[in-house]
Write a protein that binds this ligand. Structure first.
Ligand SMILES: Cc1cc2nc3c(=O)[nH]c(=O)nc-3n(C[C@H](O)[C@H](O)[C@H](O)COP(=O)(O)O)c2cc1C
Length: 213
């Protein structure tokens, strides 16, 4: 059964512009795929383990090719719990606003926790191999300003970073839906939300066409 994991990185709940778009996407996906399992991970509410000395030591132990034992292993189990939840999904929707030109710290913490050697990537003779294979991701994001023009797009560190890090762990099929600008007047916000909603519908249509081909 296909499983979708919705990862939320905004604390704004019902007031969130990002979630307004991702809720539409999720509702359309639910209608389209009633048999899929939907899991929701709200990074602003659920406790994600912090990278304590023991857990970071565990990472270096794994990087050096050794196994974890005893207390290091026990401490590591909270990390593997998050990794297994992540890897159990086939499809991801990430809902994240832009914060300080990049992602909010909740999402960065989650990425730092799950991106572990032997689980999400490994070194081979030919280089790094991502282990999260055959998965699809849609990133829904909104920002106060507008980063679509030639002049401003180099200030957007969110999209290139997420492309890089999820590509590194093996996820190459990533679609971005961006609502911008959200904080430059009501009219511009409404227009941007409308454009993002149109993009959601176009994406659902393209997924549908690919699956029925
Ligand atoms: C802590 C913080 C940092 C922000 N940094 C930026 C930024 O660097 N660039 C920008 O365009 N908007 C920035 N914003 C505005 C948000 O990206 C924007 O309001 C977004 O639509 C919020 O999404 P949400 O309602 O889903 O939380 C920031 C907002 C907050 C709260």
């Amino acid at each position: 059964m296909t499983k979708l994991l919705h990862i939320i990185a905004t604390p704004r709940g019902d007031d969130s512009s990002t979630l307004q778009i991702s809720r539409l996407l999720l509702n359309l996906l639910r209608d389209e795929h009633p048999a899929w399992a939907f899991d929701e991970l709200n990074l602003t509410e659920e406790e994600i383990p912090s990278l304590t000395t023991k857990r970071v030591d565990g990472k270096y132990t794994l990087l050096s090719g050794k196994q974890l034992f005893g207390e290091e292993r026990e401490s590591w189990d909270t990390i593997t719990h998050e990794i297994h939840r992540f890897l159990s999904a086939d499809f991801y929707v990430i809902s994240t606003p832009m914060w300080n030109f990049s992602i909010p710290y909740f999402l960065k913490q989650y990425i730092d926790v799950i991106t572990q050697p032997k689980y999400l990537f490994q070194y081979t003779k030919t280089g790094v191999e991502g282990l999260a294979k055959n998965k699809k991701m849609v990133v829904v994001t909104s920002s106060g300003g507008d980063y679509a023009s030639e002049k401003t797009k180099s200030l957007d560190f969110l999209e290139p970073y997420l492309q890089l890090i999820f590509g590194f762990i093996g996820i190459k099929d990533i679609t971005f839906i961006k609502a911008e600008p959200m904080d430059m007047g009501e009219q511009k916000k409404e227009e941007a939300l409308k454009r993002a909603e149109e993009k959601v519908k176009a994406i659902i249509y393209s997924f549908h066409s690919k699956m029925t081909q």
